[in-house]
Design a protein around this ligand. Structure first.
Ligand code: PA5
Ligand code: NI
Length: 186
């Protein structure tokens, strides 16, 4: 055994499958997401259906350390709204993140603390630099699984509660087309 040569963890770029390292998987079910969809009640028709799974290498956290994970967001809609992740700011607001599109088609929705929101298309090979102070959510607008690799500071944390009105944009299918709509509040 030569401990000068350590075998690396591995990622299958085409599918997002992680291997050769200790893994944690967290699956989020449609039934957990009723609060984020316009027609939230419709999530209760299939509450046990997985909406997305996040695989990450189980590595030590701490100041300066990075986590690496892959989100697999399944295709589907709740009413006319495409499946999406819950979305979050980081608890450590100043900390950013990088997403890399691996497979499928979708959008990365970002929103700053002033409430300005925008999207970037996600596809195999896309690179997304999420600045600090910016909430982020993946949306699957395609018919295949959307998979994206993420690298983020282990100290970032997730804050799911600081978007009291949700994101300012919604992504729906209308007449067979992807439409990005501004949300009207009040
Ligand atoms: O670190 C990230 O931003 C991702 O790994 C997300 O946590 C993942 O996509 C799941 O989204 P959420 O945490 O909003 O449920
Ligand atoms: Ni994040």
């Amino acid at each position: 055994m030569n401990d000068l040569l350590i075998q690396p963890f591995q990622l299958a770029w085409a599918t997002g499958a992680l291997s050769h390292g200790p893994l944690i998987r967290k699956t989020t079910l449609l039934g957990d997401l009723s609060a984020i969809f316009t027609d939230g009640d419709a999530t209760q028709l299939f509450p046990d259906r997985p909406a997305y799974a996040v695989d990450m290498f189980d590595t030590p956290g701490g100041e300066g350390e990075l986590y690496v994970g892959v989100t697999h967001l399944y295709p589907g809609k709740v009413g006319d709204e495409y499946f999406m992740t819950r979305g979050h700011f980081h608890q450590r607001r100043e900390q950013g993140e990088v997403y890399f599109g691996l497979q499928g088609e979708g959008l990365l929705l970002m929103q700053n603390q002033q409430g300005q929101a925008w999207t970037e298309p996600v596809f195999a090979g896309s690179v997304h630099i999420i600045p600090g102070y910016t909430a982020h959510r993946l949306i699957n607008t395609g018919s295949q699984t959307l998979s994206a690799l993420a690298v983020w500071p282990s100290t970032a944390g997730h804050d799911y509660t600081s978007l009291p009105h949700g994101f300012a944009l919604r992504v729906i299918e209308k007449a067979g087309k992807v439409r990005i709509m501004a949300v009207k509040h009040g």
